[in-house]
Design a protein around this ligand. Structure first.
Ligand code: NAD
Ligand code: MLT
Length: 315
């Protein structure tokens, strides 16, 4: 079915290629990243399509105000900022670009693991203070350590193969990917209860859904090896942040690498921002030139294909 898409609003910072592809294909594209919530409600009825990254909250109110809206595109993976139930109710198609930023998110995760092993962020902070502290920052090799990967989808498996090149043993869990499949990329599939006592590092790569909310909690930290390190470059809330702080303070957890938070941005006084054992970045997993080029191109092309009645793809 071809969608009548003539005019599209791009309301988040998305690579210019998106605008170019839409215009080259005779779709009017307007980029306005400065709209307030109220202004968006006034503007949206003028458009057939809306393209966002994560800043714009596409609530039921926005969707219902979009009287001409036929399609919403997310230049990225997670569609958690789009009320997909409200969209379905109104027959509005929701699309994403699930693979465009996979490699960037996987590489960011690997950086976090390496930073954790060698205290890179903390050591760099002390250099900036004029110090030369070689004793404080004794690290550990990754070689021979066990990395647990929770969620063996696109990003999880890319992390696995990259960290195997450091000599890490990779174990993991996913309710949908069976052990026979994970064995193909050298991840030993285990039940969660068998993962916790074996892991030196745990990295999560699941969506945030009711089944994964607070998946890593006090009980799980207690079942882990003392000194386990935790990485979250997926979604804030998969790890119970209060439990993580307790585990870091008690020494049960010896470090965490966090790209995502329950509240983004986290409050200025959030203890995770300043905790000496936490390496954190402001949701940068997909923030590479390459990934942003890809997702911009992909979402624009998907809109053109939807207009031309080609097969729909994504969320
Ligand atoms: P994906 O859909 O390819 O893989 C997710 C996997 O999680 C699936 O295989 C699924 O079966 C599994 N899963 C679902 N419930 C689970 C559970 N209860 N326990 C274990 N596994 C479970 O997704 P992806 O592209 O690999 O993305 C993974 C996460 O990374 C998503 O949350 C996505 O939004 C996030 N992400 C973050 C960034 C960033 O900038 N930090 C960039 C891209 C993606
Ligand atoms: C995603 O879901 O794709 C990520 O959160 C990356 C992003 O767009 O910032």
């Amino acid at each position: 079915m071809a969608l009548n898409i003539k005019k599209v609003l791009i309301s988040d910072e998305i690579d210019e290629k998106c605008v170019k592809i839409l215009r080259d294909n005779s779709i009017e594209a307007v980029k306005n990243t400065k709209l307030s919530k109220e202004e968006l409600l006034v503007e949206i009825p003028k458009y057939d399509g809306l393209i966002v990254r994560s800043a714009t909250k596409v609530t039921a109110e926005v969707i219902n105000a979009g009287k001409n809206l036929k399609i919403i595109g997310r230049a990225g993976t997670g569609t958690d900022n789009i009320d997909d139930k409200a969209a379905t109710k109104r027959g509005v198609v929701v699309m994403n670009t699930p693979a465009g930023n996979t490699l960037s998110a996987a590489e960011h995760t690997c950086c976090m693991i390496v930073c954790q092993a060698r205290n890179i962020a903390e050591a760099r902070a002390t250099m900036r203070e004029g110090k030369w502290d070689r004793k404080k920052f004794m690290g550990n090799e990754l070689f021979g350590k066990t990395l647990a990967i929770i969620g063996l989808g696109r990003i999880g498996r890319e992390v696995a193969t990259r960290m195997q090149s450091f000599g890490m043993t990779t174990i993991g869990y996913d309710p949908i990917i069976p052990g026979s499949v994970s064995a193909e990329f050298n991840v030993e599939w285990l039940e969660l209860k068998d993962i916790w006592p074996r892991a030196d590092y745990i990295t999560v790569h699941t969506p945030l859904i009711p089944q994964t909310k607070n998946l890593l909690n006090d009980e799980v930290f207690a079942a882990c090896k003392k000194g386990v390190k935790i990485i979250n470059c997926a979604r804030g809330g998969i790890i119970d942040e209060a439990a993580l702080i307790r585990a870091l303070d008690s020494g049960q957890c010896s470090g965490a690498g966090l790209d995502v938070f329950v509240q983004e941005p986290p409050p200025a006084d959030d203890p995770l921002r300043s905790h000496p054992l936490v390496t954190c970045t402001p949701h940068l997993g997909a923030s590479t030139v390459e990934a942003q080029n890809r997702v911009a191109e992909e979402i624009a092309q998907q809109f053109v294909d939807a207009r031309d009645g080609k097969q729909l793809f994504g969320a």
